[in-house]
Design a protein around this ligand. Structure first.
Ligand code: NAG
Ligand code: NAG
Ligand code: NAG
Ligand code: NAG
Ligand code: NAG
Ligand code: NAG
Ligand code: NAG
Ligand code: NAG
Ligand code: NAG
Ligand code: NAG
Ligand code: NAG
Ligand code: NAG
Ligand code: CU
Length: 566
């Protein structure tokens, strides 16, 4: 490494780590008991694996820069892991959670304590299981308040309210994906969508409950909205009230106001709503958005925004939401999102062209592979640059860290697709070969990385929420059609791009992201539509150690779960 590059690396490391030293004060301890419980919805009783008998699970509520220990006790029937979605975990991939990427599953009858290291995250994140489809029932909010001596960069809300959007299945989530993968087909559709575990009043079972948010007239509320659905982007609205977005993915954004939101699986949004209308009861409602030919069920799920001492006023005909396939409503919403230069955010530090050392152009697709045990003779798979990710049986972090295990992964993920075709054209009679592998991207500590994520029409087409662990990254550009590497970079926003952990890559479009690789570790990157991730729409980013202890992966805790068969 040359002196100049070394200095840049050192400087980037100091910048990153200095944010950790600000006011990292408190340490919190939580206990999660994970076991099966029965839930009755849609006039049907289902047995689900959940935390502390609750769906959704308990909330974690701490301040910026705190450290949180969560002891997870597996009292269920199969192994699983938990991920702290959007927490960067500087130098500590050991507690990130994705199964067979950073750890092996926590086996029944055992426990594992995660050490969750917060740094500059502020606002709303969440936690969820990160093995098969267990996250459908094992999930909850992770709320990060400002430090005691800091204010919000907007009017202080009178209260806050978590709103978790979910996919409800009659049946065990793990069973649903296991059966679908064995048959090579798409998993079935959910039976309903839910708000904070309530399916509301549209599905026709008289015993169902509806989520009610009780509000006082003239008060201001901060909604902490989490899309925990398995495969559905959602529009969200509250009848007769406007929604002011103030943060996304635990980073403040420039404020903007709309009648509806669009939120993709994995994303979180903090939203101000003022109880400034006539005293009454108003519907809140969600409906999926889809630009894919494999569309979800177009069902509206309701909740109620209820003023104290209100009677009546509820009128479903006043719910106005965009149509499920309204791509203009999708783009118009996404175009509003900008970073904001406030002291409560980390300083905006976008890699410039000269900083970019690794450039990847990644085509996202759904494909088929032959399968003689499957019902159709083929099975659905998904790929990034024609590689369909195969989960190993020993976690990649352990294999990488110990350097003495071969055969777990290879460091040759292609940084370009093998062929450039008309990605967003009519691909009805087109095919491009896909191969399976556990292939990862490796970059040096501190370097600038650019990735262009290209949605393709292979398979059913449509949007993909792409999530990267261990980082928040700048979403610097988007455009219609195929990315043009000569003309499109000039359209990038390098001034105030949003800082996110999950980016919505719309169908028939591309999205560009940039970040400095200042977090050494093994970090999963995948589509947050769980069926795509299960089919292999994943890869791993390994960031090598820098030259100092402070820029290197911490040693593993002695309590890491053992891998089956080792
Ligand atoms: C809050 O307190 C921390 C630790 O004492 C200090 O570093 C920080 O500057 C303070 N922030 C404000 C806005 O006063
Ligand atoms: C879970 O339940 C146990 C007791 O059953 C309790 O001690 C613990 O605090 C609960 N955890 C949370 C996060 O509520
Ligand atoms: C759930 O319900 C089933 C069927 O009624 C019952 O056999 C089982 O014991 C119940 N499980 C729990 C955890 O209550
Ligand atoms: C609805 O709840 C009542 C009271 O708990 C119960 O008796 C009835 O069986 C339930 N109906 C259905 C369809 O689940
Ligand atoms: C948690 O696991 C450790 C081993 O990692 C074990 O010593 C301890 O007894 C377990 N605690 C509980 C409450 O099961
Ligand atoms: C309950 O759900 C199961 C699983 O989807 C289904 O087979 C069954 O028909 C449902 N029962 C009712 C009464 O809807
Ligand atoms: C949900 O969508 C299905 C399929 O379009 C439809 O049959 C059903 O009536 C819808 N239910 C509700 C509550 O909208
Ligand atoms: C809600 O908005 C609708 C349409 O904009 C309007 O007709 C209605 O009077 C409003 N209701 C209340 C209670 O403000
Ligand atoms: C709902 O509002 C519409 C439009 O104001 C009105 O025509 C309808 O009667 C109302 N329905 C109910 C149930 O109040
Ligand atoms: C952000 O604000 C600070 C303080 O007001 C200012 O010094 C800095 O230049 C601003 N940065 C950008 C990128 O606008
Ligand atoms: C790609 O396909 C689209 C849609 O069919 C078409 O409009 C466009 O011209 C094609 N682009 C190229 C470079 O062939
Ligand atoms: C730019 O894109 C073309 C295909 O459109 C490709 O052949 C070429 O390799 C790309 N250049 C770079 C530097 O990625
Ligand atoms: Cu996807």
């Amino acid at each position: 490494m040359g002196l100049q590059q070394g200095l840049v690396t050192w400087f980037a490391g100091v910048l990153f780590l200095s944010t950790l030293l600000l006011s990292c004060a408190d340490v919190h301890h939580y206990e999660f008991f994970v076991r099966e419980s029965n839930f009755t919805k849609l006039c049907n009783t289902t047995t689900l694996l959940v935390v502390n008998d609750s769906y959704p699970g308990p909330q974690i509520r701490v301040h910026r820069c705190d450290t949180v220990f969560v002891n997870v006790h597996n009292q269920g029937n199969y192994g699983f892991t938990i991920h702290w979605h959007g927490v960067k975990q500087p130098r500590n991939p050991w507690s990130d959670g994705p199964e067979f990427i950073t750890q092996c599953p926590i086996q029944p009858g055992t426990n594992f304590t995660y050490e969750i290291v917060l740094s500059d995250e502020i606002g709303t994140l969440w936690w969820h299981a990160h093995s098969d489809w267990t996250r459908g029932s094992v999930h909850g909010a992770f709320i990060i308040l400002p430090p005691e001596n800091e204010t919000y960069p907007f009017p202080t809300p009178d209260a806050d309210q978590t709103i978790i959007l979910e996919s409800w299945y009659d049946g065990d989530y793990k069973q649903i994906i296991d059966d679908a993968l064995a048959a090579g087909v798409s998993p079935r559709q959910p039976n309903a969508y839910a708000i904070n575990g309530h399916v509301g009043d549209t599905y026709g079972c008289p015993n169902d409950t509806i989520f009610r948010m009780l509000v006082d007239s003239e008060k201001i509320y901060l909604l902490r909205i989490i899309n925990a659905a398995m495969n559905e982007h959602f529009f969200f609205t509250i009848a007769n009230h406007t929604l002011t977005v103030v943060a996304q993915d635990a980073s403040y954004v420039r404020r903007f106001t709309r009648d509806y939101l669009l939120i993709s699986p994995g994303q979180t949004m903090d939203v101000l709503v003022s109880a400034n209308r006539n005293v009454g009861q108003y519907y809140m409602a969600i409906r999926p958005f889809s630009d894919s030919s494999a569309a979800p069920v177009d069902n509206i799920t309701t909740g109620i925004f209820q003023y104290t001492n209100s009677e009546g006023g509820l009128n479903a005909s006043l719910i106005t939401l965009p149509a499920m396939t309204d791509t203009d409503a999708m783009i118009n919403f996404l175009n509003q999102i900008r970073n904001t230069n406030v002291s409560q955010n980390p300083g905006i530090n976008v890699p410039a062209d000269k900083d970019i050392k690794t450039r990847a152009f990644i085509a996202i697709a759904v494909n088929n592979l032959p399968c003689n045990t499957c019902v159709l003779g083929t099975r659905l798979v998904a790929s990034l640059n024609n590689v369909s990710f195969v989960s190993p049986r020993i976690d990649i972090l352990q294999a990488y860290y110990n350097r003495n295990m071969s055969g777990v992964f290879t460091e040759d993920f292609p940084l370009n697709p093998p062929v450039f075709y008309n990605f967003t054209g009519d691909l009805t009679n087109f095919n491009t070969p896909v191969a399976e592998g556990t292939r990862v991207i490796v970059v040096n500590y501190g370097e600038g990385v650019e990735m262009v994520l290209q949605a393709t029409q292979m398979g059913a087409g449509g949007s993909h929420p792409i999530h990267l662990h261990g980082f928040s990254f700048y979403w610097v550009g988007t455009g219609f059609g195929n990315f043009n590497n000569e003309t499109d970079p000039s359209t990038y926003n390098l001034v105030d791009p949003p800082l996110v952990n999950t980016v919505h890559v719309p169908g028939r479009r591309w999205v560009a992201i940039r970040f400095f690789a200042t977090n050494p570790g093994v970090w999963f990157m995948h589509c947050h539509l769980d069926r795509h991730s299960s089919w292999g729409m994943d890869t791993v980013l390994i960031v090598r150690n820098g030259r100092t202890e402070e820029t290197s992966i911490r040693p593993p805790p002695s309590t890491m779960p053992r891998c089956p068969g080792t």
